[in-house]
Design a protein around this ligand. Sequence first.
Ligand code: ADQ
Length: 498
Amino acid sequence: TDRSAGPNCPGSLIVVSNRQPYRHEYDGEDDGDERTIAVDEPTGGLTAGLDPVCQRTNGTWIAWGDGDADFDVTDDRNCVAVPPSSEAYTLRRLDLSADAVDSYYRGFSNRVLWPICHGFTDLIEDRPDDFEWYRSVNDQFATAVADHADEESIVWIQDYHFALAPRTIRDSIPPSATVAQFWHIPWPTPETFRDCPAAVDLLEGLLGNDLLGFHVDRYATNFLECVERTLPSAAVDRKRRAVRYDDEATTVVATPMGVDAASYDRMGRSVDPSRLSSFLTTNGIPSETVLGLGVDRLDYTKGIPERLAALERFFERNPDWRGSFTFVQKATPSRTEIPTYQRYGEFVRNEVDRINSRFATDGWQPIVYTDAYLEADMLAALYRRAGVMIVSPLVDGMNLVAQEYVASSSEADGALLLSDRTGAHERLGTHAFSIDPTDTDGFARQIADSLSTPRHERRRRMSVLRNRVFERDVDWWMATQFDWIRSVHDDRRPDPTS
Ligand code: ADQ
């Protein structure tokens, strides 16, 4: 996609995110005295979309320096100019200690905020010191923002790793600068949020934003209800979705994130068929099989055991499909230092083995599990080849995988099975094969139905889904966020006529 036009950012952009857009790594080459440093280009929708905006506004990106090769620990402002070809903007990398990462990232972010926002309150692990580290890392990021901000700055913070930073940033940058944040995961109901440690601090922190974005209306409403119940002195206007607290105003909006649809479409078509067949052969998948596919981080929110249970029920009830339908589960190991995630991964792999040993024949096994790295174009080709895509989270803020599948399905005859508990379901649910992941019988029936639905009907559904995914792609999402940012930015500025 030509992104040179891109969304219109009214000031100089400062992006704050946990992960950095460019990683600097030794490339293994020995170049005289020094080894050469290779730079990884940004991949993935959000990073690839924001990078050109930073380039155009000569902005700044602030992120955790995560093991960067050319990191100079004696320099407390670890800045590099990126991208290497044009050096258009500044990447400021924060050096976080091992303890800080363990507590802020693997601790409070992923053992408290992640489970609570997804409603898994029984999985919360509130370890001593994690919150204080979370606060201290948020302060570190806020100080870095203040170093780079001026009157015209637009600070755009990504995600749940930074709930406290917005207020500190607000208090330390010029009043005419704007602070916005997008929260990529759900916001829970007040009943769930009641169990959240440091609830008051988190809400006060988030209300330091001029603009706070969520994927769907439900999360925005939940957030406003939590503010009403937790901060009695906040003035909440539910209709206008606005909060006044401590003399600052926050506008809350819902903008569902999309994917770079055109690029998935193009990548899916462009892969040499021999690469795809060699992937199938290497994994022992018969080339003529009807292919089912699941692509997820190994995370307990993604409903992988529920999917396996439904597949088992499906093969029990539909013996005719044994040998001619193969399900590929592409899993990406995630947060592997956390024991809950280790146990989850182990459980998933054992279930795959058990189901395979139940149904496998000489030349066929029902489920192929792989956690091998896949290049983006191969992923798109696999999506395009899959007749049935199963996306079955128990809770998911949005879910980009479902949209990537639709965007890659240029043959338009595949079927998307989509959990009604995802943000994506609100736009795609009417024309996907909707599932409740916990209803094993119903789920298994939907697998069978999707496979027996006539091609013309699958095409009809898929073409509606494709229109929706292409209409609201990642560029639409960013443009909409920047429209909102511009409107709150204008509100902050002194009225020239008064
Ligand atoms: P995630 O929970 O990570 O994101 P998802 O939205 O599906 O879930 O995004 C995962 C991304 O990782 C996809 O772009 C996918 O292609 C990519 N990916 C997965 N495995 C891969 C692999 N092996 N190789 C390369 N890429 C791989 C969180 C929230 C979601 C929300 C997003 C964006 O939990 O609800 O949709 O952020 O806001």
